[in-house]
Design a protein around this ligand. Structure first.
Ligand SMILES: Nc1ncnc2c1ncn2[C@@H]1O[C@H](COP(=O)(O)OP(=O)(O)OP(=O)(O)O)[C@@H](O)[C@H]1O
Length: 259
């Protein structure tokens, strides 16, 4: 079996022959990858190998960068993500994103969580309140903020803000949550809390997480994809990839020989 071939039944996202270009520079080369449903997949690899570029292909965040181009196929539950007539706002509801640096809006905690629902035109106070509570409970933040929902989100700690952003992402009931180094700005305690949360969220969501931290990848993910210079070098069960990599480059990377 090739080191990128691992059998996935019922994948939520299927990527086939993906090439990605910034202008005339090809940043991703011929990527084939299937993401298992309701599992955590970590994307690892040295700086500049294309992890974030790849992640952003999955909900078309690269559309915002001028001069970019995609070739190949990316399907979300069978739907072509790059279709010209696709509703990109709806795609980003279905494939939510949490960034490296938490990005709460300068609004109340409540308004941050229900933001996506307001955009979707939902006005019913009861529905908004119920969803807000459910999302905050889901993000493990309810007990800490339930008495201050109408206070500014900017008064929260860094770790709380990141969990608020996770609550905002899950409030609109996504199928997939993309996380781009979600703990890199957090202290160890907040990092542990977010990692624990990722473990809980995988009951209901598919999570794809970019991380520089190999211990973190080993702790939180079920599957791992190793990228190098725009290529997918190896994909497989996390335990297997870390314990018994099939590829020499993967072994060199995870044992710290480069990167
Ligand atoms: N907006 C952009 N315009 C042009 N080139 C870009 C842009 N963003 C990234 N690149 C290039 O694409 C390649 C992949 O970058 P990318 O940020 O996806 O890598 P990464 O693996 O996520 O890196 P890091 O771990 O440092 O965040 C790099 O060569 C980078 O310089």
């Amino acid at each position: 079996m090739k080191s990128t071939e691992t059998q996935i039944t019922d994948p939520v996202i299927e990527v086939e022959k993906l090439n990605f270009y910034y202008g005339s520079t090809e940043a991703l080369h011929n990527i084939d990858l299937q993401f298992p449903r309701r599992q955590v997949t970590a994307l690892i690899g040295p700086s500049g190998c294309g992890k974030s570029t790849f992640l952003r292909c999955l909900n078309r965040m690269n559309d915002m960068i001028d001069g970019t181009r995609v070739e190949g196929s990316l399907r979300l539950n069978g739907m072509e993500i790059n279709a010209a007539n696709l509703d990109v706002i709806e795609l980003r509801r279905r494939v939510g994103m949490v960034f490296q640096k938490s990005n709460p809006f300068p609004k109340t905690i409540f308004e941050n969580v229900v933001y996506g629902m307001r955009i979707a035109g939902i006005r019913d106070r009861t529905v908004l309140a119920e969803t807000c509570e459910k999302a905050l409970r889901g993000a493990g933040l309810w007990d800490e903020v339930k008495d201050r929902l109408n206070q500014s989100a900017l008064g929260l700690s860094g770790g709380q803000m990141q969990r608020l952003c996770i609550a905002r992402a899950i409030a609109v009931n996504p199928e997939v949550i993309l996380m781009d180094e979600p703990c890199s700005a957090l202290d160890p305690k907040s990092t542990a809390r977010v990692e624990e949360l990722i473990g809980e969220l995988r009951e209901n969501y598919t999570i794809i997480i970019v991380t520089h931290n190999m211990q973190q990848a080993a702790r939180v993910s079920d599957y791992t994809a190793f990228f190098f210079e725009g290529l997918l070098v190896e994909f497989g069960l996390t335990n297997q990839l870390f314990m018994k990599p099939r590829n020499k480059q993967t072994e060199d990377y995870i044992t710290g020989r480069f990167g």
